[in-house]
Design a binder for this molecule. Structure first.
Ligand code: CU
Length: 159
């Protein structure tokens, strides 16, 4: 089944590139994650958000469908959108987040993020958090995200 599903896509890529293998920014090892971080959270703060870049090195589309963090009651994949009057709001991503083949998908402030809801303990800046990502096709993946203070997060967004 895998071969039948992948062959026509690989064939199309080969045609499009005149026989050259399709260039991939993601390697050929399925999904890779880079630059994972999350917002540090103080005492009594109920929520945090995690960000990262996902790259789908496979020839088939995939989806980030769920995330888990042991230090939170629940984790949701959220999309931020801007209304016509400039108000930002966020909502769970219906059906997860699409990961196009051989493309980077960024979870970043102002856009998609993993909302960590119901924190059981503060998250100190510099602390490592372990987040598990679940995909429609790929195997679950464990990611280490570094907690950043508000100042560090603001500087990080600037580059
Ligand atoms: Cu959110």
């Amino acid at each position: 089944m895998q071969i039948l599903r992948h062959f026509p896509l690989a064939f199309l890529f080969a045609l499009a590139a005149c026989g050259e293998p399709a260039p991939s920014a993601c390697g050929d090892e399925g999904i890779t994650v880079s630059g994972a971080w999350l917002r540090a959270a103080g005492e009594g703060q109920p929520m945090s958000a995690a960000y990262m870049e996902l790259c789908n090195g496979a020839d088939a589309p995939d989806r980030l469908v769920a995330a888990r963090f042991a230090g939170a009651e629940t984790a949701e994949i959220h999309i931020t959108s801007m209304s016509d009057d400039g108000m930002a709001s966020m909502a769970p991503a219906e059906g997860g987040l699409a990961l196009a083949p051989h493309e980077k998908t960024a979870l970043a402030p102002g856009g998609a993020h993993i909302m960590l809801i119901g924190l059981s303990a503060p998250i100190a800046a510099g602390e490592d958090a372990t987040i598990i990502l679940e995909f429609e096709n790929a195997e679950p993946m464990t990611v280490t995200a570094k907690a950043m203070s508000p100042a560090e997060a603001a500087a990080h967004q600037g580059h």
